[in-house]
Design a binder for this molecule. Structure first.
Ligand code: ZN
Length: 245
């Protein structure tokens, strides 16, 4: 067994690409710093004027969020080319495949992708190595891919799935979405996670571009098998905020 396969097996996704990307319609959105493929799929709804981005695996060791994305894609995107929700849906289960394969927070260049976005508050300073923001704002290929994506599509709502202490972190005008999902998640809705996160997607998309953005923090270390059943209906509830507009 190659070293690479051993790493993949240790992550509970025995065959990452088959598991995540079963069914048609997946395409390569771009390549990571470590030259891994970043896969995406877009589901269109008829006569839709709204578009949602679901993003997982920004931090490669936060497998809980990837698990949610995998199971969501299995239910709603396996064979579908059309969105069942009445709005367009853009899916990126693993933005940071380098980190995901290595079970590391950062990408292959050792950069924290959620500190590397080209926000106004981006800073080269960092206290702990795990928060390394990169050589300059937006330096990493994964960040460029995300910026391009946000320039190309006008998303009406973004959820980025992470894991840490459980919370619904709203960025930008996302209160209504947070309120819709909090009941079933039994999590608090917070605007501020308690410490600064310069260069984060939430700051870039939510506060600077005015796109309702939620950084959803699952509890780190919970059983992966239960994540989807726990969060599915709450996420669908948050979609209702968009559908009722
Ligand atoms: Zn994270």
């Amino acid at each position: 067994m190659s070293e690479n396969n051993e790493i993949k097996e240790s992550k509970k996704f025995k065959n990452y690409e088959d598991a995540v990307f079963e069914g048609g319609g997946w395409f390569i959105l771009g390549h990571s710093a470590g030259q891994n493929k970043i896969m995406a799929k877009e589901l269109r709804a008829e006569n839709s004027r709204k578009k949602v981005l679901l993003l997982g695996g920004v931090h490669g060791n936060e497998t809980e969020g990837v698990q949610f994305m995998v199971d969501f894609c299995r239910e709603f995107a396996k064979d579908e080319e059309k969105s069942p929700f009445g709005f367009d849906l853009f899916l990126v289960p693993v933005l940071n495949p380098d980190g995901f394969f290595a079970h590391e927070r950062k990408n292959a260049s050792g950069v924290d992708l959620n500190r590397n976005m080209p926000t106004k508050d981006w800073s080269p300073e960092f206290q702990e190595d795990k928060y390394n923001p990169g050589s300059h704002a937006g330096s990493e290929p994964e960040s460029k891919i995300l910026v391009d994506l946000l320039n190309k599509h006008y998303f009406d709502f973004i959820i980025s799935f992470h894991s840490w202490k459980p919370m619904i972190n709203i960025n930008g005008p996302a209160e209504i979405f947070g309120e819709k999902m909090k009941e079933k998640l039994k999590m608090k809705v917070v605007k501020d996670i308690g410490y600064p996160t310069p260069g984060s997607l939430g700051t870039y998309a939510g506060w600077e571009r005015g796109i309702p953005t939620i950084t959803l923090e699952f509890e780190r270390g919970v059983e992966l098998e239960g994540i989807y059943a726990y969060a599915r209906d709450a996420i669908l509830d948050s979609f209702k905020a968009l559908q009722s507009e």
